[in-house]
Write a protein that binds this ligand. Sequence first.
Ligand SMILES: C[S@@+](CC[C@H](N)C(=O)[O-])C[C@H]1O[C@@H](n2cnc3c(N)ncnc32)[C@H](O)[C@@H]1O
Length: 291
Amino acid sequence: MSADADDAGDAADVLTLRRLWQQTADVLGSRHEARWICEVATALDGDEFEAALDQPVTERMVQHHDAMVARYRSGEPLQYVLGRWGFRRLDLAVDRRVLIPRPETELVVESVLDLVRDLPHRRIADLGTGSGAIGLALADELPLDGTEIWLSDADGDALDVARANLAGIGRAARNVRVNQGDWFEALPDGDRFDVIVSNPPYVADGSELLDASVREWEPAVALFAGADGLDDYRRIVPGASEHLTTTGSLVLEIGTDQGAAVRSMCLAAGFRTVDVRPDLAGHDRLVIATR
Ligand SMILES: C[S@@+](CC[C@H](N)C(=O)[O-])C[C@H]1O[C@@H](n2cnc3c(N)ncnc32)[C@H](O)[C@@H]1O
């Protein structure tokens, strides 16, 4: 056999990144998902990933890749398999200790930004922070000067993830405080906030509408809130005013059928204006109550 033919044979045997990506896409039926798995397995993304497409992958990369594909095919959510997920401008670490940040929660961040962007100073509390998604996105997008953000959660395991993510936001991390505790108990005594924001658990116990993969994989403490899913709003809404400035706002993510109930709670708690807003699909998704 000629040297040329030998080289061609070797080349066909080499597992390049391009071939690994294609094989993964064939197995998963999605080039996007295959790409994300290959990116994590090789620790390459963007231009570096493109530049390495014709390079061979290492045995270690293939092992990491195969383990991720097996986990994904067993039903584990892709976000946990990857161990990371994008939320606004952040690439957050996520695992089974925290809820996977959802696109609709990005709208909650947008609404808080609109409320505080023009204030000279802004103090915000993100209660039930989980991965830190809401509070860290706010810290990342608000001015470095004049911003103070508290992240809290009752669950210490979730706060460990939030702290890991805090370490990844660069200089804005200096504006963030983290404290464990049950809703308002985590906040400093007597301090007032311009905005209290929360995406609390809001699924009714035993709800049949919940996706099986969510029920099986995501933390129950992040999901369920009593027989009608409103138990945590019943605790947060009446307690909020004493932690807000005189013009402060409470911003809550809600389930699509909870707008009327949460609006009534806010009015009963003495909030002057209560605005129920839709998500991009047109479903009620958040409540902004202002004192
Ligand atoms: C729906 S998850 C939201 C996580 C994150 N904020 C997000 O939007 O992706 C609700 C969070 O509330 C926390 N939580 C549940 N009960 C709580 C309580 N009594 N006090 C504080 N946090 C609580 C859970 O641990 C969970 O992290």
